[in-house]
Design a protein around this ligand. Structure first.
Ligand code: ADP
Ligand code: MG
Length: 378
């Protein structure tokens, strides 16, 4: 992994959504070429890449073409078929590894891995059959039943407060493997994004404080308004986890903060993360620059915060018949708009985000909330 891959090499990415698009923009601006594999003809990343392989993620010919034409491959999402990653690994550099990705795509394996690494997770039990719900559940109720695979943005999650409700919810999810997690009283939520190179150099981005609405990330505030000791502890835990995976690439770690500053790891993502979009404007390098650097065997760039920042997600909800009134954002000299080029807006669909930079996080937050409110108006 020590050999550097340099421009104008061709880099590959599995997945062509907004994360793939922002990766592509970073790679292109550094002088690399990019091939995107995504079955969507209107893929946001495919529209910018040198080559868009419009095929399924397990299409043998498309995978062969990636292997033949790219020097290294990464991914923008965790639900890539494990066999596809394993095939590519036989031919070219793949980061993160298929092992790391397959652990992150299964909540049961993910939580066990984190706990085995000596790090704390929310109390949970694996539910693989109705039998698993016959045990004493008292310590995990009221709880949240979460589907083990393919859940995201709060989808595949049901709150349950009795064993009967848990059973009904499990059957409702077609008896697919789940975790039952105790519902916790959260003081706040934070996340840390780590970049680790093949030579073992690791660096964290500043800690983000995350607010969700309807199960979807709404706002990230940086620096997070938590004690310095809590932020420091979160960074240490994230670094330790990246080390345990012998990870190469960008790893996002979501935390629950409980009263007294106790930290539990909620979940991880083996890729750049929505809560790291602030790095496009407020740090020396972005999380997408880091993804390029890590897959190319380069050391991570500096992550120092250049300005307090608040990121606001733009969901399809604010699209009417017309585009939202973008001059509300673009007329502000300290606001940076990022749109993903998606053709159709739907409720809950991530269409873009904006970053507000200000002298402190509270001022940025206030302005961000005002702008968000004005965008909603007809
Ligand atoms: P997703 O993959 O959809 O992001 P998460 O497990 O991160 O799933 O859950 C989404 C959100 O739901 C979390 O960010 C948090 O706000 C809330 N949540 C999840 N699990 C718990 C829990 N055990 N206790 C309290 N809130 C939770
Ligand atoms: Mg989450």
């Amino acid at each position: 992994m020590s050999q550097h891959i340099l421009p104008t090499a061709m880099l590959g990415i599995l997945g062509g959504g907004q994360l793939g698009r922002m990766f592509t923009m970073s790679a292109l601006s550094m002088g690399y070429r990019v091939t995107v594999l995504d079955p969507d003809t209107e893929s946001p990343a495919g529209a910018l890449a040198d080559v868009h392989l419009c095929a399924a993620f397990d299409d043998p010919a498309a995978l062969q073409q990636l292997a033949d034409t790219c020097v290294a491959v990464t991914t923008e999402f965790e639900n890539v078929p494990a066999a596809s990653m394993a095939f590519l690994e036989q031919h070219i550099r793949v980061s993160p590894s298929s092992d790391a990705v397959s652990i992150a795509q299964d909540r049961i394996r993910e939580k066990r891995f984190i706990a085995n690494a000596g790090l704390q997770v929310a109390p949970f039990i694996a539910i693989e059959s109705l039998n698993d719900l016959e045990q004493d559940l008292a310590g995990h109720l009221p709880g949240i039943l979460k589907i083990a695979r393919l859940g995201y943005d709060g989808k595949g999650q049901v709150q349950v407060s009795s064993p009967e409700q848990a059973k009904a919810a499990f059957l409702d999810m077609d008896s697919k493997p789940c975790v039952l997690e105790k519902k916790l009283d959260l003081q706040t939520e934070i996340s840390v994004i780590v970049t680790r190179s093949g030579s073992g150099h690791s660096i964290c981005f500043p800690v983000a404080e995350n607010q969700h609405a309807g199960g979807i990330l709404d706002i990230s505030i940086v620096p997070a308004r938590v004690e310095a000791s809590v932020a420091g502890h979160a960074r240490e835990m994230a670094l330790q986890l990246a080390e345990s995976f012998d990870y190469v690439g960008v790893l996002a770690v979501e935390f629950f903060v409980l009263d007294g500053g106790e930290l539990l790891i909620n979940e991880i993502a083996p890729r750049p993360h929505n809560s790291g979009h602030y790095t496009l404007n407020a740090t020396q390098v972005s999380q997408f620059d880091q993804q390029v650097r890590a897959m190319c065997g380069l050391n991570p760039g500096e992550t120092q915060l250049l300005s307090p920042v608040v990121m606001v997600n733009l969901l399809g909800d604010i699209w009417g018949d017309d585009e939202p009134a973008w001059d509300i954002l673009l007329s502000q000299p300290n606001v940076h708009l990022h749109l993903y080029g998606k053709k159709s807006a739907r409720i809950g669909r991530k269409m873009g985000h904006f970053n507000v930079l200000a002298e402190n996080a509270d001022t940025a937050l206030q302005q961000a909330l005002e702008l968000k409110e004005r965008l909603k108006q007809p």
